[in-house]
Design a protein around this ligand. Structure first.
Ligand SMILES: [Zn+2]
Ligand SMILES: [Zn+2]
Ligand SMILES: [Zn+2]
Ligand SMILES: [Zn+2]
Length: 247
């Protein structure tokens, strides 16, 4: 009996640094730093830098938990901000509440949500989220009644930034929303000489012009309008050339 290894669910080390409770955390563990904002940064394809937040570490501290969340990310249905959209009432309320709190109204380009994108989280009494293993295989809680598990909805905001976009991923935990991760997406700078609509990615709303001073309106030069350019101008544009670049 004594030779049996401790099952993973019965371990008590920190999920991030492995330090036992008697030690607390190793010096370089974000769990040891009350000011730590993120505990993990990933560089993903497409110039995406994903940061997993300490605020959401209870829900994301293991690879399995993060995998459950990242599996839902592509299912998001995007709704452009500033339009009448048919979000569930509770989600609409949550967004109305969280967006001003984050101070991002001006930059909010879109909201992503899917009614079936929920994460099952153990509704446990673990006081130290960095040591909770209630969702590990074989944990006695795995046999708990279904109502022990809470289903939290995943949603995402898309914010305009000078060089690209910032997508904060939120978990609706019932009493509010927690930012669990942030995707910093580069490689898509605000197009110059583009209308606000095109800057925000609302290209279908742009009438092809942008206000220029009091009187005149000037052409919006976002690349989405390439197809609208009269044929005589279009033939003068080299194939593949950025229309916005010629000045
Ligand atoms: Zn630690
Ligand atoms: Zn727990
Ligand atoms: Zn556009
Ligand atoms: Zn435009």
């Amino acid at each position: 009996m004594t030779t049996q290894p401790t099952p993973a669910w019965a371990e008590t080390g920190c999920l991030l640094c492995g330090a036992p409770p008697a030690v607390g955390h190793h010096a370089d563990c974000p769990g040891a730093d009350p000011d730590a904002v993120d505990y993990l940064t990933e560089h993903l394809p497409g110039a995406v830098t994903r940061s997993w937040t300490m605020a959401g570490v209870r829900y994301t501290a293991t690879e399995a938990r993060r995998a459950a969340i990242t599996a839902l990310m592509p299912t998001m249905q995007w709704h452009q901000a500033g339009r009448t959209v048919s979000l569930p009432f509770s989600v609409g309320l949550l967004i109305k509440e969280i967006v001003p709190k984050l101070g991002v109204q001006r930059w909010l380009a879109a909201v992503g949500f899917h009614p079936l994108a929920t994460v099952a989280v153990p509704d446990c009494g673990c006081t130290d989220p960095l040591r909770c293993r209630c969702d590990f295989d074989g944990h006695p809680h795995a046999y708990a009644a279904p109502d022990f598990w809470a289903d939290y909805a995943l949603l995402v905001l898309r914010l305009r930034r000078p060089q690209g976009w910032l997508d904060p991923w939120l978990l609706d935990i019932g009493t509010g929303a927690v930012v669990i991760a942030e995707d910093d997406i580069g490689n898509d700078p605000i197009p110059t000489n583009a209308s606000i609509d095109c800057q925000m990615g609302w290209c279908d709303l742009c009438d092809g012009t942008r206000p220029a001073g009091e009187a005149a309106r000037q052409r919006c030069t976002h690349s989405c309008h390439t197809a609208d350019i009269p044929t005589d101008v279009q033939t003068a544009v080299q194939p593949g050339a950025e229309v916005g670049d010629e000045h």
